[in-house]
Design a protein. Structure first.
Length: 152
């Protein structure tokens, strides 16, 4: 169940069990675009350590240079969580949701259109995540990439 087919197979509105934890635009329900995003929303909703969460919040935009496309772009982070540790300290965590196969270098056996696309996707993702780590580190936040391996 890995890869694009798994990640993009469903979409819809998420109906939280704990709506008080959701930060959203105009109090609208968050809309997921993949099974992975749905699973992350569910995790945020039912996990006590997650105090608040936002999906694609308008303040979580990071400029970066895309080496593959050779141009400046903006990276829109998938989730921002406010997480409580065992000492009741709150930490902000910025989260990217990706299929695992987009987080590792693609295995290219011969040059095809899909192989080139996979390599460009990988390079773009690495550029985004480098910029996100730098931004988050400078603001005292954590940045993580979550895949189906973490969400099950």
């Amino acid at each position: 169940m890995a890869g694009k087919g798994f990640a993009n197979s469903i979409h819809g509105q998420y109906y939280p069990t704990h709506p008080e934890k959701v930060i959203s635009k105009n109090n609208l329900l968050p809309a997921f675009k993949s099974k992975l995003e749905y699973k992350m929303m569910r995790y945020c909703d039912v996990t006590d350590a997650v105090v608040k969460w936002a999906y694609e919040p308008p303040f979580a935009i990071i400029p970066y240079y895309d080496k593959g496309a050779q141009k400046n772009r903006h990276y829109y982070v998938d989730f921002v969580l406010w997480v409580k540790d065992d000492k009741n300290n709150i930490k902000q965590v910025w989260v990217e949701i990706k299929p695992y196969d987009q987080t590792i270098p693609p295995k290219i056996h011969r040059v095809t259109e899909s192989a080139v696309t996979a390599m460009k996707t990988y390079v773009t993702n690495q550029c985004k995540w480098k910029a996100a780590r730098k931004f988050c580190n400078s603001h005292g936040f954590d940045f993580i990439v979550v895949t189906e391996r973490e969400l099950g």
